[in-house]
Structures are given as C-alpha cells and as structure tokens.
Design a protein around this ligand. Structure first.
Ligand code: NDP
Length: 295
C-alpha cells in the first residue's frame, strides 16, 4: 500500500493564490484590503517566528497587518485597552494575541475581550459555542487548516474512527467537534485522549485517523499506530540540536520515520499543518472583512 506525504506547504501556496485573488477583487471594487492586528507580548523565540510568518503571509497576499508589541511586564489592563481600541477601529477586521502569555495575563480574559466579529482566531466562547452548534463562526485556524488538508487529499472521514490526542481550545477540542459534525468532511466517530488517558496506545492503535496535538516530541511511535492509518501531526517543539545553525530542530508529536512506513497519509513537521494554520487565520480575516459571519 502506498503512502502519501501531505504537503501543507504546497497546499498553503495554492490557498495563498486564492486569497490574493480575492484581495485584488476587493481593491478593484474600491474596497480596502483586509486588516489584521497582531498583539505580541514579550519575545519568546517561537512566538517571534510565528508572528513573522503571519506578517509575511499577510504581506504576500496584500492584507494590511499591524504588529503591536508589548514588554513581558505589560499589565493585563494595557492589553485589554489595546484590544478595546482595536475593537472600535474600523480599518481593523481581525484581532489576535499571540500565545503563550506571561503568567500574570489571563488567556481567558484576553480571548473574551476581543469582539466576536473580530475574533479571527476563533477562541472567543461565542465562536467556540457557534462551532459546537454548527452555526457560521470563525473556526480556530489550525483545525480549519487540517480540515482543508483532509478535503484536498480526498481523505474519507465518514464512519471512520478518529482519535484526537489533546483537548486544548486551540486545537484538540475544535478538531474533535469538526470531525464529529454531520458534514463532509466529518461524520467520524471521535475519541478524545489527554494526559489522564490510561493506556494511550490502546486508543491510538484503533484510529483510522490519528491527530496528535500534544506538544510532546515523538511521543507517538509506530507501535501505537494502526497499519494504513491517516496521521496528522500538529505538535511543534524546539528540541536542542547542536548540528543545526539555530541550535534546535523542530519535532512533531509523531516519530515520523517509523510511523510514515506504516500509514497511508502523514503530515511532516515542518511543512505539514503549520503553513495551513496561517491560511486558516487569513481566511478568517477575509471573512471578517466581508462581514459574512454573523449576517
Ligand atoms: P496544550 O498544551 O494546550 O494541550 C496539549 C494537550 O495534550 C492537552 O490536552 C494535554 O492533556 C495533552 N497531553 C499532554 N501530554 C500528554 C500525554 N502524555 N498523553 C496524552 N495527552 C497528553 O497545547 P496546544 O493544543 O496549544 O498545542 C499542542 C501542540 O501543537 C504544541 O506542540 C503546539 O506547539 C502545537 N501547535 C501547532 C500549531 C501549528 O500550526 N502546527 C498551532 C497550535 C499549536 P491535558 O488537557 O490533560 O493537560
């Protein structure tokens, strides 16, 4: 049986071209391009990279992106005030705050401060709730990107057993909702695993579709994966590696080489889910510009 590597980078390029076309249409009809505001607190290395990638992709497709930088010591109120101003700024369609946050800043407060119509990360309870009820909403970017990879690679989901490892509001939980919805792709039977799951392998071994969103490098080994499974690796961890120029290597949650040998589809890290996450974010921002969600 053949194995296909899911090329997130290439797929993202195709979606980028579509986004660019849509921006051109907006501009040609006298409208302004989509506007995204990104708040970044502190200077965590991985966050810096993610934000730089988001800004670059915005630039490539013709979005207006603005970066708001804050020191690690910034007060929660200062962030909330900035969000509030952006909520009222008519040239801004989407507002996101790059995680992780310093300990004195509550992610929940931040997520709830962003106006649901500008919540292009889809983390506000209003959007999470609408997702669960299958209403139009901003779908969290990573699961949204994964659904598009599943569609593009024509992966059958109906009736399949999908095991999602991880239950965060950012990835695991929305992913499990999307795959269990009555839609196409969808209609999976979903099992959610987490850190309190006893005997993780007994669940992952029964997955037709395995989605790992853990943040524990190479936790999933070949012995934990069913022959012919579809394997989606969301995890990205910087692991020290003296042989590289940066001093680290990016590792997924899947032990790639040995798992790739026995599955039907697999996403690499990097170049799998990551590039599609940015596409999901930009698609949400474009939707916000068109104000299409709550109408
Ligand atoms: P969180 O830390 O919020 O969630 C991790 C989840 O994994 C939790 O539900 C946790 O369980 C579970 N978990 C931890 N250890 C184990 C274990 N040993 N066995 C089973 N489950 C376990 O992380 P995120 O969801 O935000 O991100 C997950 C990973 O994905 C990270 O590596 C992150 O960097 C990456 N990521 C990648 C993106 C991309 O674009 N490719 C985008 C977003 C994230 P519990 O709930 O019990 O704590």
């Amino acid at each position: 049986m053949g194995m296909t590597i899911i090329d997130g980078k290439q797929t993202a390029e195709e979606y980028k071209a579509l986004l660019k076309q849509e921006v051109n249409v907006l501009v040609a009809t006298g409208k302004r391009p989509p506007g995204l505001a990104i708040l970044l607190i502190g200077n965590n290395g991985a966050s810096e990279t993610y934000v730089a990638n988001k800004l670059k992709t915005c630039h490539d497709v013709g979005f207006n992106a603005s970066l708001f930088r804050f020191e690690n010591t910034v007060s929660e109120n200062e962030i909330l005030n900035c969000i509030n101003e952006l909520n009222f700024n008519s040239s801004i369609d989407g507002v996101i705050v790059q995680s992780p946050f310093p300990n004195h800043i509550s992610p929940q407060k931040i997520n709830e401060a962003i106006h649901p119509a500008k919540d292009v990360d889809g983390f506000h309870p209003m959007n999470a709730g609408r997702l669960q009820q299958n209403k139009p909403c901003y779908i969290a970017a990573t699961p949204k990107g994964i659904m598009q990879l599943i569609e593009k690679y024509k992966i059958e989901t109906q009736g399949k057993h999908c095991v999602v490892v991880g239950r965060s509001n950012i990835v695991g939980m929305p992913m499990s909702i999307l795959l269990s919805r009555n839609s196409k792709p969808g209609n999976c039977t979903v099992t959610i695993c987490h850190s309190k799951t006893v005997d993780l392998a007994s669940y992952t071994k029964r997955a037709d579709i395995l989605i790992a969103a853990i943040g524990s490098p190479e936790l999933i080994t070949a012995a934990m994966v069913k022959e012919g499974a579809v394997v989606i690796d969301v995890g990205i961890t910087r692991v020290a590696d003296k042989a590289t120029k940066s001093g680290y290597k990016l590792k997924g949650d899947i032990k790639y080489d040995e798992v790739a040998a026995k599955c039907s589809f697999i996403t690499p890290v990097p170049g799998g889910v990551g590039p599609m996450t940015i596409i999901g974010l930009l698609q949400n921002t474009l939707l916000a510009t068109k104000n299409a969600i709550y109408n």
